[in-house]
Design a protein around this ligand. Structure first.
Ligand SMILES: [Zn+2]
Length: 402
């Protein structure tokens, strides 16, 4: 039997960074290497219906060992986020004693409780860490390693009763298109879980409702020396537009179920300016209010500066999967029971973002998200406690157990 740690280190050394600029699926060639490796490993473990399709989705089936059980899919993503420029992935395992843990001596980088107080609970444990030049990619290769370790356990141990279990490894989650081409007819699962979160006791079934807004401001440029009463400076009008939005409803001042307006880009000169926003709220009605507020701000600008000065275009991105998952309480109950039977107290925490599970839930496959144990995702301080990496395999066994 190979440990989840051995698997994780093998997967984490591959560069599977996704690339939102290519417009292809998969978005980067590196994801093929991991997908092929997983296809071969699934075949070697004796899984059935193993397939790597033309879009870089890898599938494998662990056949049922008990009758009349639901078909469950376990899903993890192949890609890692492009948030850090480094591409030479060099994970290592280090014992955390409570003293700052050196990631990279030459660069003077350490992982410390001063910066990350949550580290305190991992004193005395082994952590998988980066060398300070890349992300670790526990998001989501920890999930892949856990699912593959589960597969080996189930294939070798006939005493654990379970229904059909599909493994699905998907590309490009980090650029928001991981669920698009997943073949639901192939797996015909009753429900699924993405294994793609943080702490093991947390189950997430709610995401934001999401929209984006682009605001175009039309100005009128005149030589500044003779501009009085004539110039309409699109840049300052853009700033005024932004000042009409609630100052505190921004990502850096909100948490939990609080939604926000996030100004992500601003560009312009006197003649023309544009503002790009993302709008987020777990509550669909409140997201609607935020969209209205954008339109009202444009009306106010147009009252002050003339019709057609500000034009808002709104676009819906994704919806809160909570409205789907709550119709299938057994899916959440199953995960809660599994977590409790492994000695933890299950918690539900709303995701302040989206997941592949949201798209899948709306496509008809209810799919909450489970933890992997990974911490500090999307940066060089990402780390993975070995204990949690292994414990999640036990949780997965309880989830699939008949
Ligand atoms: Zn992820």
């Amino acid at each position: 039997m190979e440990t989840a740690l051995d698997r994780f280190l093998r997967y984490a050394r591959l560069d599977t960074t996704s690339d939102e600029t290519t417009g292809t699926t998969p978005s980067s060639q590196g994801q093929w290497a991991l997908a092929r490796l997983l296809r071969d490993e699934m075949a070697a473990l004796g899984l059935q219906k193993v397939l790597l399709d033309e879009h870089c989705y890898a599938y494998g089936l662990i056949p049922a060992s008990a009758d009349h059980q639901p078909t469950i899919a376990l899903i993890a993503h192949l890609d890692t986020v492009a948030a850090v420029p480094g591409r030479a992935f060099n994970p290592s395992v280090k014992r955390y004693t409570g003293d700052p843990l050196v990631l990279n001596e030459a660069l003077g980088l350490t992982l410390s409780e001063a910066d990350f107080p949550a580290l305190a609970k991992f004193r005395g444990q082994d952590l998988v860490v980066t060398d300070g030049t890349t992300v670790l990619g526990a998001d989501d290769k920890a999930g892949i390693a856990q699912i593959m370790t589960l597969a080996e356990r189930l294939m070798e141990d006939a005493t654990i009763p379970h229904g059909d279990i599909w493994l699905v490894f998907t590309p490009d989650e980090e650029i928001g298109s991981g669920a698009d081409l997943l073949d639901l007819d192939r797996i015909s699962a009753d429900f699924a879980y993405t294994v793609d979160g943080g702490a093991l006791q947390i189950i997430s079934y709610e995401t934001f409702n999401a929209a984006s807004a682009t605001v175009r401001i039309k100005g009128r440029n005149i030589h500044p020396g003779s501009a009085k009463g004539k110039m309409k400076n699109a840049v300052t009008i853009a700033m005024r537009f932004h000042s009409l939005l609630p100052e505190r409803e921004v990502p850096e001042q909100t948490e939990g179920y609080e939604g926000f307006y996030h100004l992500s880009k601003i560009a312009g000169e006197e003649e023309e300016a544009s503002l790009s926003y993302i709008l987020r709220d777990h509550d669909a009605d409140k997201l609607e209010e935020k969209k209205q507020r954008m339109l009202q701000a444009a009306e106010e600008i147009n009252r002050q500066h003339g019709a057609g000065t500000a034009l808002v275009s709104l676009r819906d991105s994704y919806r809160n999967m909570g409205e789907i998952i709550t119709r299938y309480p057994q899916v959440m109950d199953r995960a809660k029971r599994a977590i409790a039977s492994c000695g933890m107290t299950p918690e539900t925490v709303p995701i302040r973002g989206g997941t592949d599970g949201a798209r899948l839930s709306f496509r008809g496959l209810p799919c909450p998200n489970l933890g992997t144990g990974g911490e500090n995702a999307h940066g060089i301080y990402e780390f993975l406690p070995v204990q949690a990496l292994q414990k999640m395999v036990e949780v997965l066994i309880e989830i699939v157990r008949a």
